[in-house]
Design a binder for this molecule. Sequence first.
Ligand code: SF4
Length: 305
Amino acid sequence: MKFTEQKGKFVKHCPCTPEAVCCGYYNLNLHTGCPYSCSYCILQAYLETKEAVFFTNMADVEKELVEVSQSRTHLRIGTGELTDSLALDLQTNYSHKILRVFEQFPGIIFEFKTKSASIKNLLEYPDVLKNIVVSWSLNPQSIIEKEELLTPGLTERLQALAAVQAKGYKVGIHFDPIVYCEGWQVFYEGLVKEIAAVIDPGKIAWWSLGALRFPYALREHIFKYKDSILFAGELIKGYDNKYRYFKPLRMEMFRFVKQEIYSHISREVPLYLCMEDDEAWRELLPGIEPTEEAVNEYLYLSALG
Ligand code: SF4
């Protein structure tokens, strides 16, 4: 683990992908690197080293947040692009540094995005800030075991989610990537039911649905995972040079998962799609105008509501 100064910018608009409906998210690159080993993780292809790096110049973070909040309303931002937001938090306690910064920016929503169960520091922080969302990236346990090596299992993640929710935080869920495999319907139905047993629908800030996708360069990395099922579904190269499932299969998976969430949790769950086009949005989430501005506002208000 290394601590150093960030020479570049901390705040960046999420790059999304051409032709997709962006959700207006921003990334805060406060630390990079991840101790986990997910077969589909693009960090493995993009980052030169697996070593976690934590940046120390928090005053510059604050300066950038002031600048960006002057040019934009409904700002949503998180540290989950180049790292897992909480995986190393018990060693670094960066969550407290982050909370102290966002205490000064109550109009900006900050998201911790994690697969970990490292929530002790969040629970010990004296206050619950209304502008903080704690999100879990979830998959069925059988997929976790094959594709998300070294991560805490589903039960541990859900226990952590329940504790953070009980403390008073809004929570987020990311079904991303949704992975195709034989019997995927049974696995994802089971996953939604397990979440339903612990989640308070009124406490959900947002819930993303995103199907498996990866750049060509990641293939070599995936081949190292002998039990991986990432190639079980037919993959095509998309307009953005990423491999993803055929659209009819993606739509089938999204329709199914959405229905499970509506049936077992609530029809009010604030769903959104990650990296899907206008047409997919219009069919799956017809109540939301598929523009970056409208989607961002819908998610922002949902988190604060
Ligand atoms: S939809 Fe996904 S990839 Fe696109 S801006 Fe939002 S978080 Fe980023």
